[in-house]
Write a protein that binds this ligand. Sequence first.
Ligand code: TYM
Length: 332
Amino acid sequence: MTRIFSGIQPTGHMTLGNYLGAVRRWAQVDQHRGEALFCVVDLHALTVEHDPARLLRLSRQAATLLLAAGLDPAVCTLFVQSHVDEHARLSYVLECTASDGEVRRMIQYKEKSAKAQAAGESVRLSLLTYPVLMAADILVYGADEVPVGDDQTQHVELTRDLAMRFNQRYGHTFVVPRATKPQVAARVMDLQEPASKMGKTSASTGGVVFVLDEPDVVRKKVMRAVTDSGAGVEYDPEGRPGGANLLDVLAACTGGNPEELAGRYESYGALKRDTADAVVEVLRPVRERHAELAADAGYVEGVLRKGAELARAMARPTVDAAYRAIGLLPAG
Ligand code: TYM
């Protein structure tokens, strides 16, 4: 059976980009396709400046939102990364497999370290080693598929490289995984800066739709989206990225095709109105279910406890095998 693993960082509130690029697909498709594990990857949220109390709130919120989005604990395993020690245990061994040069090449490391330096903050060492921990997240479960948005492709490529290198050096230990991406909305762009990805931690939130935004806030953000001044509407991600982004979002929300949708609009005003309505409708059930689940913290905790138990049982043998293969003396 296909093993599927993916995760989301609780570094900020979940965005429409996270939802359309990853989470919705996990709930609607991936959890039913194989043996699926989904994880709130809280250790990753420690790689940048953080506030402990906020991290705690956001971790709980992320888990609640994943359930609200439709992850079903009877069908998949949902857990929190720091509850399963095996991720960190395997990460060290993979650090001994990766080279300094290959992790320094990661685009997210370059971008985030430049941002931290510009803000006068020091760059945490864990920001550099982060993709290795991500590789451990995936390899520890022997995942075949990793459903992610476009921005994570490079990290999954690194994961593949590390798995193959380890297998070649020390004997077959890891499944070599592959990334899967959605057909549309693999990279939802910031509505105010269509050249940048819509991100949880963007300095300005005017162009970022959060899953828990109230409908009138969603409408305002979409209606104010930056588009180009050219006449008519066409799907041209390179030349007219703002309009193309709206078409992608509308297509992802309504199940249409962005190029075909472009032909139906004369003006951006009408496109924005329909996109705003579509986004509000897609997010409404998630917001409503989140409110119900948030009132039942005991239920969410129970799901996470059970999920961590299942995850530990799956992860342990892989780490033991990797430790043996690399020459560490078994504890007996
Ligand atoms: P994170 O928390 O940034 O994002 C979670 C998922 O959402 C996708 N995504 C987007 N998709 C489309 N458009 C966007 N604007 C957008 N923004 C985010 C991401 O591609 C991702 O699939 N490193 C990962 C978390 C992680 C992980 C893992 C993922 C840690 N270990 C192991 C998979 C497997 C991250 O920062 O995702």
